[in-house]
Design a protein around this ligand. Structure first.
Ligand code: FE
Length: 343
């Protein structure tokens, strides 16, 4: 063999071995995400800078991502699923989509109540289910508790989205955990009896209906209200000026919270990279970006977010019920919503 053909042969062998490198060794992470916030760009870029791992993102709604994973099955290229609400994480877990992760860093940094004990998923930010009230129509004391939403004193005054939505299913699940099924059902029926109108739209629509005086009070996730607080639009400023928010049950068990969370998928081709990304999400910097991007609170207790809306909302007592416990009651919560006619 000439020197040139020897060199060519060596090159060929080299190229062949590169091509045969297993997908698992690629510096790539395939992320299926239901998040779509501008600040997340910095989150992903910083991870790539620190690790050299490139992130391919598929962004869609929580339901679409779960459907896609179901249909892709074992052939799925996805490594990580990032979605919101314990009810949805629990559903993905029931479908067998995750493979549990053991990470000393994650169990150390993410409080036990914000993650699945078996390591199927981990929460990285939390949000509160708050009550928004019209300042001209209600006082904070009228809605100091979730129970007050079912109080006959609030008849014809309550707006809320569908009871089948994960945000409300998780709230009903928490009621079941605290009160038992019978009392939780009585509560749901009481809420429905107090409706100002039939459920329609999302949480922001309920806030707008409160500002417009269509209802006196409404349930909403905290970040929708915080987003309006940070808006520069005159119409949004007006909504905030006309309304206030209450963190329910501050003299009781505390306010119901839920999470944005992620889990490593069972068929992940780049499992190690996915675990690295979860570890990264628990880091101080990533915690700030992740929580701030959607006006949520970081799960790592030592991390502080500089967010004027969250500062204005202040500290509150959190219902200490473990997030993973909601899943146990989700199916019953759906039945209760149906029986209560909370459509
Ligand atoms: Fe939401």
């Amino acid at each position: 063999m000439s020197t040139i053909s020897r060199a060519l042969a060596a090159l060929f062998i080299c190229a062949a071995s590169v091509a045969s490198v297993h997908a698992a060794d690629e510096a790539v992470l395939n992320l299926y995400s239901a998040r779509h916030y501008k600040t997340d760009e910095a989150l992903y870029e910083n991870f790539t800078k620190a690790t050299g791992i490139r992130i391919n993102r598929i962004e869609a709604s929580d339901e679409q991502l779960v459907e896609r994973l179901k249909s892709e099955g074992a052939a799925s290229p996805a490594d990580l699923l990032l979605i919101v609400d314990a009810a949805r994480l629990w559903q993905a877990q029931q479908l067998g989509l995750f493979r549990p992760v053991e990470s000393a860093l994650l169990t150390d940094r993410v409080p036990a109540r914000f993650r699945d004990p078996a390591g199927n998923w981990f929460g990285f930010s939390y949000r509160a289910r708050v009550i928004v009230y019209n300042k001209a129509m209600a006082k904070p004391g009228d809605v100091a508790t979730y129970a007050s939403l079912a109080d006959p004193a609030n008849k014809g005054r309550v707006c809320v989205r569908s009871g089948s939505h994960p945000y409300n299913l998780s709230l009903i699940s928490a009621q079941i955990a605290h009160l038992g099924e019978a009392r939780a059902e009585a509560w749901a029926k009481g809420v429905v009896a107090n409706f100002a109108r039939m459920p329609k739209g999302g949480d922001t629509d309920q806030i707008k209906a409160v500002a417009a005086g269509e209802c006196a009070v409404a349930l909403s996730n905290s970040y929708y209200y915080a987003r309006l607080m940070r808006s520069t639009q005159a119409a949004d400023r007006e909504i905030v000026a006309r309304t206030g928010i209450v963190f329910p049950d501050q003299n009781g068990v505390g306010t119901h919270v839920n999470i944005s969370g992620a889990g490593v998928l069972k068929h992940a081709p780049h499992r190690d990279n996915a675990i690295k990304f979860l570890d990264y999400l628990a880091s101080n910097d990533a915690q700030r970006y992740f929580a701030d991007g959607n006006n949520e609170w970081p799960v790592v207790p030592s991390v502080v977010v500089a967010n004027p809306a969250l500062d204005a909302l202040g500290k509150f007592k959190i219902d200490p019920l473990p997030i993973a416990d909601f899943g146990k009651h989700t199916a019953e919560a759906q039945k209760i919503a149906d029986r209560a006619d909370w459509r």
